[in-house]
Design a protein around this ligand. Structure first.
Ligand code: SF4
Length: 163
């Protein structure tokens, strides 16, 4: 299995979730939010393909992280590959797993299939598209007020709390 990424694997990030985090930048997003900070990640044929096995190997070499965050682009357009990496990080490295998405939590629960399964493999979701009119630079980890930081129950996707 392969995953299409938009940039190199990041480590020690403190701006994409709590703790020290590895960050995987996925490629491809159909949403085209005005004001998006990463328009170069929109093209579904852009970026580069990497074997999931290679990503796991590289993640396994990173020390001192508390979790991994999937950013985009839209991670939920590649839910099978993202979930495989997420589960591996949880089981082998003991990391917690966060993801951003332009979909809302409700949409991801409703859609079913691989997208919903990836959602259920998370500890936290930052959901919803970036809305320029609701931009707020004071928000933690989020760009606009419509977006929510949702803590989820692993395995069920149930919302535990909201920030
Ligand atoms: S969902 Fe995210 S990556 Fe996609 S266009 Fe909107 S802000 Fe950009």
């Amino acid at each position: 299995m392969q995953i299409r990424l938009s940039g190199p694997l990041e480590r020690d990030s403190i701006v994409n979730g709590y703790g020290l985090r590895a960050v995987l930048w996925t490629q491809g997003c159909a949403r085209r939010c005005p004001g998006c900070q990463n328009p170069e990640t929109w093209d579904f044929n852009g970026g580069f393909l990497v074997d999931v096995a290679e990503i796991k190997e590289r993640l396994g070499q990173i020390k001192g992280q508390t979790g991994i965050t999937f950013c985009g682009g839209e991670p939920f357009e590649q839910p099978e590959a993202c979930r495989e990496i997420a589960d591996w990080c949880r089981q082998k490295l003991g990391w917690n797993v966060w993801s951003f998405s332009g979909y809302t939590y409700e949409q991801l629960m409703e859609i079913g299939g691989a997208k919903t399964e990836f959602l259920k493999s998370l500890d936290a979701l930052i959901d919803g598209p970036f809305i320029l009119e609701q931009r707020d630079l004071t928000l933690k980890f989020r760009g606009s007020r419509n977006q929510r930081l949702l803590r989820l129950e692993y395995g069920t996707g149930k919302i535990l709390s909201q920030e």
